[in-house]
Write a protein of this length. Structure first.
Length: 742
């Protein structure tokens, strides 16, 4: 930070400090104006120009230094100068003062903030660059957000000074008139129709301004399509995609008696039912049974043998899919009132969707549209990959023979689950990950525990290896992987590509409509899941930022309700508490932040760890491996995040999800009865470990002295001395099970 910046901050800080130290707030109250009203009126009658000039300069100063007195001064202006002159004085003084505050913020803090948080502000900077004037106008017209905060925050952006001034002058005018008018009525100091009208207008204005802004934006984006808007619509809602997000959206729409069409080009149920969650968990269950049989001696069984065919395992996977299919079937949703259409959808105007069906094209007109098109496996452009028949999480389920040598490319959740599953079924698995560890989004000890388990299970884990190319010689396939400049050939019979998924955004007409995609290749939406067009929404994997079935369903509620009822009330999608799990063995589940995220974001935390090898039920099940790690606010039981590694971690995390969602702390979990013996007791023991960590050495000493005194083994003076000593070591926490505070 430069000397100039520090000087500006020092001057502004000194002014604000003086405001509170000398109690200048007393001069910015209605009571003060009432008491001195006669003096003000008399002085204004004798010196009208001087009074107006003093008021103007004082208003500029108050606004420039962001004192909390502008609203009262606006009312003063109306009461003292009347509606016309009061509006002129306040309008120009507030705009000039706001611009000075804007410039002070820019000179003092913009460079420092942009250098430190530029990556996080990239979206904000892009928005300001594109339509900064409109963003500012919106904030000015909706006086819910404090004007002084708008001045300071906009100064941190690249918005031009002249643009800031004229938009502020225009944008604050309507609110200024209302407040000045309210001041003219307050000047009468009696309840009158005019006063009630002024107060009513102040309450209604933000709602009216919001409606006006929304109408303006809608007219602007719909302008080129206005002549193609149908007079009436076939449907209230057309949903594109019948995966988790599309099914929930359609269900909610049908439940509210809306007429809804659901378009799916492949299979009902989407990826989760057909190629994702359901088949993978079915495969992992069979693989886990085999792992238990291999561990028979641990369970006191001398010998256990098993005979199986891979084809039968895959048949079980398909049978499970068929069992669940009716939940997501055309028959079920048709019975609910959803018009299910098989075909490929393309949005042709903001109100029409053209569907290519086997019977020919069909055009649907609709009031609103929800895009829930899902995602697909990403296949990196590795030289030579096009020459082999590689597998993805979509196509691996077509296998009828077990791969003898399987290379799994990718160390994320999908790659880890399938690598362990196929290894337990008998494949010789090599897992190749470009990054330095598996499951890189989790904390390092989580990655290490999974890697250790994989290697113990016979998986050849190659982290820090980059796939360079694929070669085929004499019918033998080789992946050439590079690490530290050295290339290593890895032979395989099948290659499973599991390096992530990419949203399905092409082919739906988004480019023709001008709907943008994000740098992450998902559809660009706002907090309400609304796209560029107010009646077109996106949810699920195609919208991001999460690619989980449960978050797709979660978003679907917001998309459906906003699309159907957004004219009257809209809801921001709530991402505050998002849990997820990776179904390896042991399972890894998380909610909230973990340690590496807390450190990256410089969030202070206290860490508590409970090791599951101490848990009775885990010991009886021969699954005594893993831990519960809880991050809390220092000095508080408020939960910031939880990571669980162990048997059924995906189930155990639910208690913490509930606690975080409803702001319950570890004390509440500690005070809840948990059935013995169960795995979920681990949550209570983790809370107990946290509680013990909050007790200081001095408190233990004082308690011991008190109990000794009660037994007659010590004097009361020892108790008093121990109590006095407690304050000396309040910061020294004692716990033999909890990590020290970070």
């Amino acid at each position: 930070m430069t000397k100039k910046s520090l000087l500006i901050l020092l001057v502004v800080g000194a002014a604000i400090a003086a405001f509170f130290i000398f109690d200048l707030r007393q001069y910015f109250t209605i009571e003060f104006f009432v008491e001195k009203r006669g003096i003000f009126d008399a002085y204004y009658a004798k010196h009208p120009v001087a009074t107006a000039a003093i008021f103007f300069l004082l208003y500029v100063a108050v606004t420039a230094v962001s004192f909390p007195g502008a609203t009262i001064m606006t009312l003063f202006g109306g009461a003292l100068f009347g509606l016309l002159l009061g509006t002129v004085l306040v309008s120009f003084a507030s705009s000039i003062g706001a611009t000075l505050a804007f410039l002070a913020s820019r000179l003092a803090l913009r460079d420092w903030v942009q250098n430190k948080f530029g990556d996080r502000l990239a979206a904000v900077n892009a928005g300001v660059e594109r339509e900064g004037w409109f963003y500012l106008l919106t904030l000015r017209l909706l006086p819910i957000f404090p004007f002084f905060a708008v001045n300071l925050l906009m100064g941190l952006t690249n918005l031009r000074t002249w643009t800031f001034y004229w938009v502020s002058q225009a944008g604050m005018l309507a609110a200024t008139i209302l407040y000045v008018y309210a001041g003219t009525q307050l000047g009468q100091f009696e309840v009158s129709f005019g006063l009630l009208l002024a107060l009513s207008l102040l309450l209604i204005f933000p709602l009216a301004a919001r409606w006006a802004i929304a109408s303006y934006k809608a007219r602007k984006v719909f302008a080129k399509w206005s002549d193609q808007r149908p007079r009436a619509f076939d449907y209230n809602l057309v949903v594109i995609g019948a995966g988790s997000a599309g099914l929930v959206t359609s269900y909610i729409a049908a439940a509210t008696k809306a007429r809804v069409a659901l378009v799916e080009k492949h299979k009902m149920g989407g990826d989760c039912l057909n190629t994702g969650c359901v088949p993978s968990k079915a495969l992992l269950r069979s693989a886990k049974l085999l792992s238990h049989i291999a561990r028979a001696r641990e369970f006191g069984i001398v010998q256990a043998n098993v005979k199986f065919e891979f084809a039968d395992v895959m048949q079980r996977v398909r049978r499970i899919i068929e069992t669940i299919e009716p939940h997501d079937s055309v028959a079920r949703y048709s019975a609910l009132g959803v018009d299910c259409i098989q075909g490929t959808a393309k949005i042709t105007t903001p109100w029409t969707v053209e569907v290519q069906t086997t019977a020919g094209p069909r055009t649907l007109s609709t009031k609103s549209i929800v895009i829930a098109a899902g995602a697909r496996p990403f296949v990196p452009p590795i030289p030579g990959i096009e020459s082999i028949k590689y597998l993805t999480s979509d196509t691996v389920w077509d296998l009828s023979e077990l791969p003898k040598r399987l290379v799994v490319l990718g160390g994320g959740p999908i790659g880890c689950e399938l690598a362990q599953g196929f290894a337990r079924l008998g494949s010789s698995v090599t897992q190749v990950e470009m990054l330095p560890r598996l499951m890189v989004r989790e904390d390092p000890e989580v990655s290490q525990k999974i890697r250790d388990r994989f290697m113990a299970g016979g998986i050849d884990v190659r982290v820090g290896h980059k796939a360079v190319r694929i070669e085929t010689q004499s019918g033998v396939h080789r992946l050439i992987a590079e690490r530290d400049g050295r290339q290593t050939p890895i032979e395989f019979d099948h290659l499973l590509v599991a390096v992530g998924r990419v949203a399905n955004t092409s082919g739906y007409g988004l480019e023709d409509l001008g709907i943008n995609v994000t740098p992450q290749k998902t559809i660009e939406t706002d907090d309400y899941l609304q796209t560029l067009y107010p009646n077109i929404y996106a949810c699920g994997d195609v919208a991001g930022p999460y690619q989980f079935t449960h978050t797709a369903s979660h978003q679907a509620w917001y998309a459906a309700v906003n699309a159907l009822f957004g004219t009257f009330r809209s809801y921001r999608a709530d991402y505050r508490v998002i849990p997820w799990a990776t179904f390896t063995d042991p399972e890894v589940a998380r909610v909230g932040i973990n340690e590496q995220e807390a450190q990256e974001k410089k969030i202070a935390y206290t860490k508590t760890v409970y090791n599951i090898d101490d848990l009775d039920r885990a010991i009886t099940d021969s699954e005594a491996d893993g831990f519960v790690k809880v991050l809390t606010v220092p000095g508080s039981d408020k939960i910031l995040g939880v990571t669980i590694v162990g048997e059924h971690a995906g189930d155990l995390i639910a208690e913490y999800v509930l606690a975080m969602k409803h702001s319950l702390g570890l004390n509440k979990i500690l005070g809840t009865i948990h059935i013995y013996p169960t795995l979920v007791e681990a949550n209570k023991y983790a809370a107990g470990a946290w509680k013990r960590s909050t007790v200081t050495h001095g408190q233990w000493t004082a308690l011991a002295a008190f109990q000794a005194w009660r037994r007659g083994a010590g004097g009361f003076g020892a108790v008093l001395r121990a109590l006095i000593a407690v304050n000396s070591d309040k910061r020294k926490a004692y716990s033999d099970e909890s990590a020290p505070a970070h």
